[in-house]
Design a protein around this ligand. Sequence first.
Ligand code: DX5
Ligand code: ZN
Length: 217
Amino acid sequence: MKYYVSASVLSADLLDLRSEIKKLEESGVDMLHFDVMDGVFVNNITYGLPVLEQVRKATNMTLDVHLMITDPLKYVGGFAKAGADIISFHSESVSDVRKTIKAIRDAGVRTALAIKPKTPAESVYDLLPELDMLLVMTVEPGFGGQSFISDTVEKVRLIRRKIDELGLDCDVQVDGGINYETAPVVREAGANVLVSGSCLFKAEDMSEAVRKLKGDA
Ligand code: DX5
Ligand code: ZN
């Protein structure tokens, strides 16, 4: 399986984002993970459209936008226009899931659905054929730097098994608490896109960190 690392901007030096992006580009990171929080869906507020627009101008990297907002359907058009390459939204949000998937696809953006740690795998099986990626949250959404919830590993395994059974080409992304100890565990369970915030930005050698997370070092 080919593995990808998506770097969570939440852990970057936000006042020096241009050089952080440069560093990420040089390190072999595959995508830039952009966490949008509205203070209602989760207990935190981050950044949104104007920042994404600026980031888009600064890099050709794949922009992987993770919407942790109450009504994503209202905003997917805006994020597509601002330069998102992938948009994930939560099945637990108030928006109609199928309508939101369609809106993302119609905007020409890769479509992903995210589920919180307590949301069962079975609840998304029917939707897998519509998706380019399924995001399994491995911490409660809201903050970087939290500890990995190991109960979620079984869910990754079930979802990967279902994707294979259905013969689909759908990535499985994991987000939260991914580090050198947990990365091999989620890879073995079937995840192939690993979001990393604190582990990556704390590393002295970012390229080495990327290789380690992918299991290449
Ligand atoms: C949490 C965010 C994550 C977070 C990951 O709600 O969705 O993307 O930034 O950070 P780490 O890797 O530090 O857990
Ligand atoms: Zn995220």
